[in-house]
Design a protein around this ligand. Structure first.
Ligand code: PEP
Ligand code: MG
Length: 754
């Protein structure tokens, strides 16, 4: 059964469209469990009914015509209960419904399982038997597994407009793909799909402007691969056994045989660009192998894909990889890297959509820093079909509208215009101080370092740098940067902001920031070797960085150091020992270096509950709400499956923050927030009420948060905090704060429009 299941899933996943996927399912399931009928019904939410979408065993003419209301029949019952119904005598059931159109006779055995995605029943998968039959547990779980597979395909099809039968009404304004808001704002634009090089599956279809040139590029890529293979094959002659070497011959045969090359060329001539045509052909061939009974032959599917990747690599070298970015580019991808984001000229980038990640992924942080709306974790983003499509993004609510209806477009255009007005109003706050109505100052600092160009933004506006992430120079090289390179980097930021303080965080690699030349393979990277743990285990790396920071500060004296991922006091003690050692060494070497102020990040629950002990050891505390939320709620900050429950306004997070602030106050220690929460207008009154000494955020948030600070009195903020701390649910907190902002006329900061 497992073998059959595996094969059906392969076929479903590679079917070119939903109809074919459904047909595969009904045909294969009917065969596999020896039943008389297998059908799929899909939910039409607009009209409250289920439509027969594919069947094997009933009349084909009934497809699209048979419609059952959600509250009718056994199929409707499966929908309503959202659980399987398995009965041997269906006609005896009060909900049994006889439908003439299907050519149905009285089927007795009935098993229906719901097709569910994100708690919604998208349809029902049904098998029926002429005789009374109770399906066994294995058969039920078999259908369950297939239904789960189908759910993704159905959601894709709904989103991309492929499902005509359940889109028989004009597009309604409510049809959108759902993700998580990654960066506030709305955007209207044209999608450009970013894909990693040589990742065949991620290649989109794209119409070509010059088919002849594409064809030529394809032929020369094939020729290059042929040469590579000949060279490789010859080189391996005395190193690999004959059987293994046969692979090279097999690849060469595939290239020399007509079908692969010819079919790709045919697709290019039909208008697809070469990489898209190649992807389609390779998928088709690989699928043919996938379906073979012989396990050895099935394995060949991966060889075909490998060959495809080799051709693609050459194609990408040969073709000009210059992408033309339209004026209003919305960058979309399965997973967007910081580099891809940086490749789009800033003035053309209006939005970002990613199938993976959440609002606290570093790409989202980057988008916020750039002031570009972003939607993250759109699990069902049909990346391959998005190139060149019109889209609207709602970064507040995490929505993506693909080819939106004119009414949606008009509405969002209006909201975008309002946002522009809002930005102008925000600009007027630029030179005003960040103080409350009753005169309490709340210094606003800048988070920077993820992309070098960012240092120019908000430079004037901020009280300094509250978090300089030092990972980037480490990530873009092929080895650890030396002391001199680091001195130059840090000096640049210290000089730019001097005399204002700059808080430079020591290296925080690991987690979602691996270094290509320092491979870590861990099953739980966020609970693994990261941040200060790596630094203390590799004092040579740490000391080099500390020396570079201290040397960079000579003559400016505005350096503060920050230690990430602290979970025990000994880490602070050990780090301080190394910092003092580096300081002494440099003095001996003749540098006039001052011992900087050193702070600890509070971003692990252990630090929250030992905050006093930590505070006694350092000069200041800085709360990293991104990781603190992840660790307190046990929710991976990058995992789109759980992005919905990653919430930094969760009452537990608020209580943890409040506790840290109270303890720090007792010891008269400065405590600020540098996680993303600090840049959220909604949270500003709470952090103010807690008595945080400063907030550090992305450049794009500075004026928004300042506006909130200037609109509240400390007294009001404290009242609001007391109410928020009494809430039991993040939704209540959000409502409370949303209302408070609306009352102050600041609603435009937390929802689309002004
Ligand atoms: C945090 O965790 O809140 C933080 C500021 O650090 P980073 O996002 O770089 O992990
Ligand atoms: Mg962190």
């Amino acid at each position: 059964m497992l073998e059959i299941l595996h094969r059906i899933i392969q076929e479903v996943n590679t079917a070119p469209d939903l109809d074919q996927a459904l047909n595969v399912i009904v045909r294969r399931v009917k065969e596999a469990i020896h039943t008389d009928v297998c059908s799929v019904y899909l939910s039409d939410f607009d009209k409250g009914r289920l439509i027969l979408q594919a069947t094997e065993g009933l009349r084909q003419s009934a497809v699209g015509r048979v419609r059952v209301a959600f509250n009718q029949g056994l199929v409707g019952l499966v929908y309503e209960r959202a659980e399987p119904i398995n009965i041997d005598e269906a006609p005896a059931h009060p909900r049994y419904l006889f439908t003439h159109e299907t050519g149905e006779r009285r089927f007795h055995g009935f098993l229906g399982v719901p097709i569910i995605q994100n708690r919604r029943v998208l349809g029902v998968l049904v098998v029926r038997q002429k005789e009374p039959r109770r399906f066994d547990d294995n058969e039920v779980t078999f259908l369950f597994t297939l239904a789960a597979q189908l759910a993704g395909a159905i959601t894709h099809a709904r989103a991309s407009g492929e499902l005509a039968a359940i889109q028989d009404r004009p597009r309604t304004p409510t049809r959108f793909l759902e993700g998580r808001g990654g960066s506030d704002g709305v955007a209207l634009g044209t999608v450009v799909v970013a894909y990693p090089p040589a990742d065949l599956e991620a290649i989109p279809d794209r119409s070509s402007e010059d088919s002849a040139a594409e064809e030529q590029a394809f032929y020369s890529a094939v020729q290059s691969v042929r040469q590579d293979l000949e060279v490789l094959g010859a080189r391996m002659e005395d190193r690999l056994p004959r059987e293994e070497r046969a692979l090279f011959d097999a690849w060469l045969m595939m290239l020399d045989g007509d079908s692969l090359v010819e079919q790709t060329v045919k697709r290019i001539r039909a208008g697809n660009w070469a990489p898209g045509a190649l992807r389609q052909t390779i998928e088709e061939h690989a699928m043919a192998f996938d379906q073979m009974d012989d396990a050895y032959l099935r394995e060949r599917a991966s060889d075909v894909r490998d060959l495809g990747r080799r051709i693609l690599t050459h194609l990408q070298e040969g073709l000009s990889r210059e992408v033309t970015y339209p004026d209003n580019t919305i960058l979309a991808a399965e997973e967007i890297s910081a580099m891809q984001l940086a490749e789009v000229p800033r003035e053309r980038l209006v939005g970002v959509v990613s199938a993976t990640g959440s609002s606290s992924s570093h790409v989202a942080i980057l988008a916020r820093a750039l002031g570009v709306p972003a939607v993250m974790g759109v699990v069902n983003l049909p990346v391959g079909r998005l190139e060149g499509r019109d889209a609207v993004l709602d970064g507040y609510r995490g929505r993506v509208y693909i080819s939106p209806a004119p009414s949606v477009r008009r509405e969002y255009q209006r909201l975008a215009d309002e946002e522009r007005i809002l930005s102008t109003e925000l600009e007027a706050l630029r030179s005003l101080p960040s103080i409350t109505q009753d005169g309490q100052a709340m210094p606003l600092y800048l988070n920077t370092g993820l992309v070098s160009e960012m240092s120019a933004l908000g430079t004037e506006e901020s009280a300094g740098v509250g978090l300089y992430r030092t990972e980037l120079p480490f990530m873009v090289r092929d080895r650890f940067p030396g002391e001199a390179v680091q001195v130059a980097n840090y000096r640049h930021v210290l000089e730019t902001f001097s005399p204002r303080p700059v808080t430079v965080r020591t290296l925080d690699i690991g987690g979602d920031k691996p270094l290509p030349y320092f491979p870590l393979s861990e099953s739980n990277p966020f609970l693994g070797w990261r941040g200060i743990r790596i630094s203390l285990d590799h004092p040579e790396i740490f000391i080099t960085q500390i020396r570079a920071m201290l040397r960079a500060a000579v003559g400016f004296d505005n350096l503060q150091m920050l230690l990430p991922m602290i979970s025990r006091v000994s880490e602070v003690d050990d780090a301080l020992t190394l910092i003092r050692r580096a300081h002494d060494e440099l003095q001996e070497e003749g540098y006039t270096v001052k011992m900087p102020r050193v702070g600890a990040m509070v971003e692990v629950p252990a630090a929250v509950f030992q905050v006093e002990a930590l505070a006694r050891r350092v000069d200041f505390l800085s709360i990293g709400t991104n990781d603190l939320t992840q660790y307190l709620l046990a929710v991976d900050r990058n995992n789109s499956n759980v992005a919905e429950i990653y919430d930094d306004l969760h009452p537990s997070v608020l209580r943890a923050l409040n506790h840290v602030a109270e303890q720090a106050h007792k010891l008269d220690k400065e405590v600020g927030v540098c996680g993303e929460l600090a840049g959220k207008p909604l949270a500003a009154p709470l952090l103010l009420g807690m008595g945080m000494s400063s907030l550090s955020m992305n450049a794009g948030s500075l004026l928004r948060v300042k506006w909130v600070i200037r609109s509240f009195s400390l007294h009001e903020a404290r009242d609001l905090l007391a109410e928020a701390l009494a809430c039991e649910d993040a939704a209540d907190v959000r409502k409370l704060l949303g209302d408070a902002l609306e009352n102050k006329g600041l609603g435009g900061l937390v929802r689309p429009g002004k």
